[in-house]
Write a protein that binds this ligand. Sequence first.
Ligand code: SF4
Length: 416
Amino acid sequence: MTSPTRTPDTAVSPATTGPADLDARPQVRPAAEGWEQQRTSEGRPLLQFASPRVKQPPQHLADQTLEERQERLKELGLPAFRAKQLSTHYFQHWTTDPERMSDLPKAGREELVAAMFPPLLTEVRRLRTDDGNTIKFLWRLFDGALVESVLMRYPGRITLCVSSQAGCGMNCPFCATGQAGLTRNMSTAEIVDQVVAANRVIAAGELGGAGHAQQNSAERVTNIVFMGMGEPLANYKRVMAAVHRFVDPSPEGLGMSARNITVSTVGLVPAIRKLAEEELPVTFALSLHAPDDELRDELIPVNNRWKVDEAIDAAYDYFRKTGRRVSIEYALIKDMNDHAWRAALLAKKLNQRGRGWVHVNPIPLNPTPGSIWTSSEPEVQDEFVETLRAAGIPTTLRDTRGKEIDGACGQLAAAE
Ligand code: SF4
């Protein structure tokens, strides 16, 4: 097990704000605990951008646009209008059961369904919180790779946190997902099928919680966050196609609102710029976790490729192009990144670009005694939030729903 490394605060920028006693706190440096981060020959954490060339899952209806589905059906010698019928079953009724598709001729129905809906996700395990309003699913993909999604009921919305890659190549030292590196990119349909599967669970009344009394058959996932396994922007093409399936009107897709889809990234700058050019006003979230390159180089290894200022510039340009306010995610880690001077530096960097374009979400970690990856003290969290607010930055200390079942972001590690 890697031992926590504590060095004096002088290892980073000097304190500029906040009470002296807090600023005199130690500086804990990021380090992988209990596993070894893969490194390059120069000793830097290894980054994997390209997915290994491994077999992709069979083509599924959700991989295709409506026109592509119609083409496929023509190839199978069937009328194109069957594409809409099949799409309605999948995107509106969440079903791939031929028995329930009575509008299709009985002869050949099973073969057609098998061709258009090859099974993609096999449920391995389901964990639920005591109140039942959070469920974590572990899925096995066609090649044995394991991924997770987390379904959460909040007042007035139901959010699904989806995975976009099996494993992850970004090698963040705090993250269980990154430990084994990138297994492969998930296909568009594998991403979409997580949502359809969750809708099935909701329709069956299996998601409990506060809204249980109001449950009705129309309930479904209203919000999607790409904060499960993987770096979504490293699987850009398939993630974008999945976003299309989410927002395209029924029966082409699920007909969800783009603003309810959050695409997050640790800062793949060229891909952020590309995302800004898409005609898809999704919510964009930058997982920053540190405002200074010295710490962020270690905390988020991709920072060695694109620095804090480049990532914030790209986020600001996303706001300018789309008019959509950007979220900055900031996990508060005790004595590592939670110093008041860092809140002040973050506020300064955000305000330098402009006002009203960004919202900061500090996320308290789980208390993990004995680990360097543990939660900040409540008064430190408060000071961090207050420092940002005092500088005019809208800031919301986030709920870390799912922590009790290890479903909070950055904690997803698929293992049986
Ligand atoms: S925190 Fe996100 S980007 Fe970093 S290794 Fe984990 S899944 Fe990948």
